[in-house]
Design a protein around this ligand. Structure first.
Ligand SMILES: Cc1cc2nc3c(=O)[nH]c(=O)nc-3n(C[C@H](O)[C@H](O)[C@H](O)COP(=O)(O)OP(=O)(O)OC[C@H]3O[C@@H](n4cnc5c(N)ncnc54)[C@H](O)[C@@H]3O)c2cc1C
Length: 302
């Protein structure tokens, strides 16, 4: 094991996930710099361990059996700076930087990205992986609308590192998905917007926060929307129409407030949540012949 980057065995992950469920990582580390991140990747390569990445843990279901290999947690891999370049206001953030930190920069400048970033949990890398955004009509509304560039670190088979730099248009963006930057670890995310301050921004941020508070069960552990919306429909509406609001497996429950949220009522396990997910999918399929696909990402042994 490395001298400078502690690699911890059998580290419980539940506390790092917004659902507060899941087992332990066989090996765990939290690099604070690009050098430590490189050390982690080399350690995994030398010890023939698979690598799993965890950011804010707000869109993952970690298995009760835990995660084999090395889990790299980017919570301490943070840093942010901003600048004006021509007509653009650009914010550059290391992958583990919370979205809320970037939100603050846009609020200070009174720029529109603040409106959709408000209330979006997790870090910047997670935002890119998921192409996170909001469902209602607002511009910008998803990560792909504000991305300037994305930096990715890859350890190649020959033991050399490749530091890849992608412009927004080199990444394939779709609904809650991004492709073409893999494989690798997202190390830096730069976002940009025309530097045209708008006095309505703060008001709309407040309205967005109030909307989330009134429509989402924010007082319970969850991962936000569990299912993607099928073409032309809303998963929440379908689940509600199927009569599943309040339906429980163990301590996992389809939220009474927002049917596309599954909440942990206290002692839910990842297995409870997984069974509830499958049960909701089956009921919706039986009733409406529609397949609900997961927005949430499964990590570990399933
Ligand atoms: C209350 C609540 C509300 C939410 N509302 C929304 C919403 O309105 N819109 C929305 O889109 N989402 C929403 N989400 C889901 C979630 O917050 C977003 O998908 C978020 O962008 C995930 O970021 P994260 O840092 O938590 O990623 P994580 O959950 O930690 O990871 C997500 C995926 O990214 C991978 N990953 C993490 N870091 C890296 C890295 N550095 N390099 C490569 N891969 C990496 C992980 O392996 C995993 O596959 C909500 C969640 C909650 C709990």
């Amino acid at each position: 094991m490395s001298d400078s980057l502690p690699i911890i065995e059998n580290k419980n992950l539940a506390e790092f996930t917004s659902w507060k469920v899941g087992g332990a990582a066989q090996y765990y580390c939290a690099p604070r710099s690009i050098d430590e991140l490189k050390q982690a990747l080399i350690w995994a390569e030398q010890n023939q361990q698979p690598v799993t990445l965890l950011g804010g843990g707000t869109n993952v279901l970690v298995s009760d059996q835990g995660v084999q290999g090395l889990l790299i947690h980017t919570l301490d891999y943070t840093g942010i700076s901003s600048r004006i370049e021509g007509d653009l206001f650009i914010v550059e953030a290391l992958g583990g930087t919370q979205k809320s930190e970037v939100l603050k920069e846009f609020i200070k400048q009174r720029l529109r990205p603040a409106i959709f970033l408000a209330g979006l949990p997790g870090d910047m890398a997670g935002g890119v992986v998921m192409n996170a955004g909001v469902g209602h009509d607002v511009s910008p509304k998803e990560f792909c609308d504000i991305i300037y560039s994305v930096d990715v670190l890859e350890l190649k088979k020959d033991g050399q590192f490749e530091e890849k730099h992608f412009k927004k248009e080199e990444i394939a963006w779709s609904y809650r998905k991004s492709k073409n930057w893999q494989p690798g670890v997202i190390t830096k995310v730069s976002v940009a917007w025309p530097n045209e301050p708008d006095d309505q921004v703060l008001k709309e941020v407040r309205e967005g926060n109030a909307r989330r508070k009134s429509t989402q069960p924010l007082n319970f552990p969850s991962c936000g929307s569990v299912f993607k919306n099928p073409e032309g429909a809303h998963s929440g509406a379908l689940i509600e129409k199927a009569g599943l609001k309040g339906f429980k497996v163990g301590d996992a429950q389809v939220s009474e407030k927002h049917a596309n949220f599954i909440v942990n009522c206290g002692k839910a396990t990842a297995t409870d949540i997984d069974q509830l997910i499958k049960s909701v999918q089956k009921t919706v399929k039986d009733k409406f012949q529609i397949n609900l696909t997961n927005e949430v990402v499964y990590l570990g042994q399933w």
